[in-house]
Design a protein. Sequence first.
Length: 232
Amino acid sequence: MIGYIHQIQSLGTVDGPGVRFTVFLKGCNLKCKCCHNPDTWELSGATEYTPEQIIEKLTNYREYFGDEGGITFSGGEPLLQSDFVYEVFQLCKEIGINTCLDTSGSVINDSVKKLLSVTDRVLLDIKYTSDSLYLDNVGCSMYSVLDFLKELQKNNIPTTLRQVIIPTLNDTKENILKLKKIKENHPCVDTVELLPFRKICQVKYDKMGISFPFSDIPEPDQKTMDFLSELL
Ligand code: SF4
């Protein structure tokens, strides 16, 4: 079994509980206009790893994980390589390491369901609370993401909902109240995080010679972020 890896971040603190060993996979089924990692979209340029090689690398950092930390798979879209991620998580379970998925939640099939059986936490990037915004700016239906969330609820997997706040698109009271409703309807969701839209990824688009669709959208100010967080 081979995994196609974009990059490994040995010790991170933003991709799940505690200190994380985060593996960014190559390949994505979506084309979000706000994407920060366009360099992960294609499989080309991937580094190949076996599950055992990931575990070997990870164990060098184990002492930093403490009670909460562990491994996170991000992307790209980790659900596209769910058989590989399953193998890694299975090995992690055998040695008592916490497992976490950072996903857009747009894929649900038998392999993904099997992967969820060895997943301790999911960070679900719910990009908007409107189907038309999803169709226009992400490239999938919001309902496929809600179906994925239903599966998380069915399996009672602790879930963090994450949303990037993008001025003119989802920086509204209406959106936050809908997000709150989604949380209330899914008790597996124990945390909601609002993250400010940032344009630091512009350099990646420039380097790739493609245009960043949201280059004209301003970053949200702190006052807006505070107001929306307060609503939650
Ligand atoms: S799902 Fe993630 S990696 Fe894929 S296009 Fe959207 S933001 Fe980018």
